[in-house]
Design a protein around this ligand. Structure first.
Ligand SMILES: NC(=O)c1ccc[n+]([C@@H]2O[C@H](COP(=O)([O-])OP(=O)(O)OC[C@H]3O[C@@H](n4cnc5c(N)ncnc54)[C@H](O)[C@@H]3O)[C@@H](O)[C@H]2O)c1
Length: 261
């Protein structure tokens, strides 16, 4: 018996990183998964690997309302219903607030914040029609505290928590639970873009990442995307049946405080 037997979950940004690991774990736990992303080749290859009966890939740019409507229709054609959503797609831009171009700020808002809003608004009625289910929003450590040079990102992740709380209150009577994961630093292309650069030395860039997080994080290491997927599984499955409207931090102790040595 899997923890998600009989469930159909749509995951955004599922072609790589945390979304990919969520898709892999959810399928291993019996779910049917609708993988969505703008990285079509990677998304399609992952769906193929996971198997036709378990996964389907649909292109979904989370900023586009029409894409959401088409993805829901495709999901229902493939698996008959949707009773879970993981709003995972996101982008990060580094800039001092006073030097952040308006266009860049709005770009981050469109993906991280508008994308999560459109996801909740489009998919919640489908989950209700399926008899209830779950929404997991991907916030961040920076939804709960500040961090220099990620002003646009932190603002959108704080907003995702606001959306999570309001959605939880409004959707509880419809048997939809809504929670948020708040990862600290996790080893994906977002935190280590050098991993995607064929010209970069993977050993060197990996060592730089290890050294940074050895000092910053009490547990002394960066997180693995599988560790965020495990939390998303908990919040999507029945083990969290009485939990809604909450942020869950998965950060190796980073938010707990600073260490002196
Ligand atoms: N990696 C971290 O340290 C970390 C920490 C906290 C929160 N997060 C959040 O976790 C989520 C996943 O990030 P990740 O670390 O796996 O990074 P990632 O860059 O590997 O994955 C993000 C995915 O989102 C997709 N995406 C980007 N723009 C999109 C759009 N407009 N429409 C649809 N898909 C789009 C990308 O193609 C990619 O597949 C993000 O919301 C991110 O903000 C990551």
């Amino acid at each position: 018996m899997g923890k998600l037997d009989g469930r159909v979950v749509l995951i955004t940004g599922a072609a790589r990183g945390q979304g990919e690991q969520e898709a892999r774990l959810f399928v291993a736990e019996g779910a049917k998964v609708v993988l969505t992303d703008v990285l079509d080749d990677q998304g399609e290859a992952l769906a193929k690997e996971l198997g036709e009966g378990s996964a389907v890939y649909v292109r979904l740019d989370v900023r586009q309302e029409a894409d959401w409507i088409a993805a829901v229709a495709a999901a229902k054609r493939a698996f008959g219903k949707i009773d879970g959503l993981v709003n995972n797609a996101g982008i990060l831009r580094f800039n001092e607030l006073v030097n952040t171009p308006l266009e860049e700020f709005q770009q981050v808002v469109q993906v991280n914040q508008v994308g999560a809003f459109l996801g909740i608004r489009t998919v919640a009625p489908e989950i209700e029609a399926a008899g209830g289910g779950t929404i997991v929003n991907t916030a961040s450590y920076t939804a709960l505290t500040g961090m220099a040079f990620v002003g646009a990102y932190a603002a959108t992740k704080h907003a995702v928590l606001g959306l999570t709380r309001v959605a939880a209150v409004e959707l509880a009577a419809k048997k939809i639970r809504v929670n948020a994961v708040c990862p600290g630093a996790v080893d994906t292309p977002m935190t280590n873009p050098a991993a995607l650069d064929p010209a970069a030395d993977p050993v060197e860039s990996g060592a730089a990442v290890d050294e940074l997080y050895r000092k910053l994080v009490p547990m002394g290491r960066i997180g693995r995307p599988q560790e965020v997927a495990a939390l998303a599984l908990f919040l999507t499955g029945d083990d969290s049946s009485y939990i809604t409207g909450q942020p869950f931090v998965v950060d190796g102790g980073w938010l707990a405080g600073v260490s002196l040595f």
